[in-house]
Every structure is written in C-alpha cells, then in structure tokens.
Ligand binder design. Structure first.
Ligand code: 6GU
Length: 220
C-alpha cells in the first residue's frame, strides 16, 4: 500500500539553521521511513545580483531593509510542485497558528514556506503566496523557527510519524492537543512531595474519576 507522503520546503537565507533540529528524533525517523521530507533552499541561489543580494532599502524611505520580490518568486518557481501544495509566508502579521490549522495543513501533499528576515518583504509577493501565518504575538528575527513550529505540529498528523508509544500518549490528549490532567512517574516521593495515593491504588475507575476532576474542563 502506498502511504501518505508529505513534502516540506523552506526558502531562507539560512538553509542550515534548522538542520540539527530536523535530523533528530521523530522528524529524523519520519524522513528515514519516507513519510515526509524537509528541504531547505538557499534564497541567495536565486538572485540575479552579482553579490547575491536579496534585500534593499524601502521605497519612500524609513528604517531597515525589505526583501525583494524577484529572488523569492524565482526560488518558488524553481521548486517541484506536488498536486496539492500551498505557499505560506511566515510573518508576525499573519493569521495566528493553531492546532486546528495544523490539522488542516496536514491534508496537503506539500507545504512551501517563505521565511523573510529583516523588516519584511515587498508587498508584491502577495500574488505568489496562499497563506500568511504567525506563531504568536511577538516578533522574531526571521520566520525559520516559525516554519519549524508549523512543520512539527503538522507532521504529528501524518500517519506513521508518531510511533506506538507517542500515539498512546496522544489518546489522553484533548481535541485541542493539550494534556488535561496532571501526570506523575517514579519516584513515589521526591523531597517530601508525594504522588497522589489514588494513582498507586490500581483502582482504574477511581483513577479515571480523579483525572476527570483534575482536568480543566472537568472531563477527559
Ligand atoms: Cl511567522 N515570523 C516572524 N518574523 N516573527 C513572528 C512570527 C513569524 N510569528 C510570530 N512572530
């Protein structure tokens, strides 16, 4: 049986920034098992400028630099495109990222991220992007970490990415993906602080009731 395969592409001036992260743990295993691929592309390889410049001063004046539209569009055009793909601009002005969005994005075959640095990007890029996403109400130096956040949250929905152990944990998560009740593991006592006795009782009905009571919404 042909399994679902998802392709992630990141256009950035720091193509190696995320290498060590994507080559460890679950994302490493998922790539080895051909469930997904994470491909970074150096924006500077797509300039027509002899110095590989990707930004310039803003028209109308003002501080900082602005990403030029041409290298980004050329980088986008150089990418192989899967049937169901979408282009995402990472930006603090974007739509706030959420668990629900992660699930929706996992239905695509390919997510392409454009990750600007500096002050922003020439507005004419809008014609070439489908979505603008922010990961929270704060400003980052660039969109690379934001793209990584989105990729990791989305990859959890790709069948086979989570192994048996992680899937089991997943079942005790609420729909929004947040663990609801407090957890404990060995030792039973740590510096005078005890694990609630009910969890050691072996009474599964009582344990379930306790967990329901301890969950913010009152039920698991
Ligand atoms: Cl996606 N990019 C940048 N530069 N800053 C952010 C962000 C993205 N999301 C929150 N802050």
């Amino acid at each position: 049986m042909m399994s679902f395969y998802m392709r992630f592409d990141i256009i950035t001036i720091f193509p190696h920034l995320l290498d060590s992260y994507t080559n460890e743990s679950l994302l490493k295993r998922a790539q080895k098992n051909n469930l997904l691929s994470i491909n970074t592309h150096d924006l500077r390889a797509h300039t027509n400028d002899p110095h590989n410049k990707v930004d310039d001063t803003p028209y109308g004046g003002g501080p900082g630099m602005v990403y030029q539209v041409e290298p980004v569009v050329q980088a986008l055009e150089a990418l192989p495109r899967d049937k169901k793909s979408t282009v995402i601009l990472t930006s603090p002005r974007g739509t706030p990222f959420s668990q629900k969005m992660a699930k929706q994005l996992s239905k695509y075959d390919q997510l392409i991220f454009v990750c600007p640095r500096y002050e922003g990007i020439d507005e004419r890029i809008k014609k070439y992007i489908d979505k603008e996403i922010s990961i929270g109400p704060y400003v980052l130096n660039g969109g690379e970490i934001a793209a990584m956040v989105v990729i990791e949250a989305v990859s959890r929905y790709i069948p086979g990415v989570l192994g048996k152990e992680e899937s089991l944990v997943e079942e005790s998560f609420s729909q929004e993906g947040v663990l609801e009740y407090p957890q404990y593991t060995r030792p039973e006592t740590f510096r005078g602080s005890w694990v609630p006795k009910i969890l050691l009782s072996g009474n599964h009905k009582k344990i379930a009731e306790w967990r329901a009571k301890k969950s913010p919404k009152g039920a698991t």
